[in-house]
Design a protein around this ligand. Structure first.
Ligand code: HEC
Length: 150
């Protein structure tokens, strides 16, 4: 009996010590400073994000000689847009392309057509943009039409 308990104890201890899923690449412990929503809206315009993006309920100054925005940010989504997803979408856009668009419209050879900002964007701009964008997404429960069988 004690031997079995001892074995269970050892297994639990080993699992705890090895940390199970904690690999050096894990994002555990990752936390950026809080952003400023109002500044984020201004930065969205200053960085010309609205050249390619529209946001339902927002109007931005027109940019002359540029095609209208073609990727919508915000609006109804069926699952939460996480902080990590938004940060990645901005600083590593090719990691996962926006869903719901034909690949050839938003990428070329697997590379996102989004402008690369990593050499010009500050961390403050990034965190402000994310807190500006996140509340624009509204999680809705999909309205499946169930067919009734009689
Ligand atoms: C030259 C066009 C262009 C500009 C400028 C641009 N983007 Fe994008 N962006 C795209 C395209 C194309 C996609 C879709 C492909 C992808 O997911 O990378 C995208 C995707 C995104 C997504 C993910 C959307 C989703 O549904 O997953 C976010 C968030 C985003 N952009 C934010 C920004 C922000 C913030 C800026 C300004 C700092 C910006 N973009 C500037 C073209 C642009």
């Amino acid at each position: 009996m004690f031997r079995i308990l001892g074995l269970i104890f050892a297994v639990v201890l080993f699992a705890g010590a090895s940390g199970c899923t904690r690999t050096p690449e894990s994002a555990a412990g990752f936390r950026l400073p809080d952003g400023d929503q109002i500044a984020g809206r201004q930065e969205f315009i200053d960085l010309q994000c609205h050249e390619c993006h529209s946001i339902p309920g927002e109007t931005f100054p027109e940019i002359l000689n540029v095609d209208p925005p073609y990727v919508v940010l915000g609006g109804d989504v069926t699952r939460v847009k996480t902080y990590g997803e938004l940060v990645s979408a901005i600083i590593n856009p090719s990691h996962k392309l926006a869903s719901g668009y034909p690949e050839e419209l938003v990428s070329e050879g697997g590379v996102s057509k989004m402008r690369v900002y990593n050499d010009v964007m500050t961390v403050k701009q990034l965190t402000d943009l994310v807190v500006f964008l996140q509340p624009k997404y509204e999680v809705v429960v999909p309205n499946y039409q169930y067919r009734r069988y009689r």
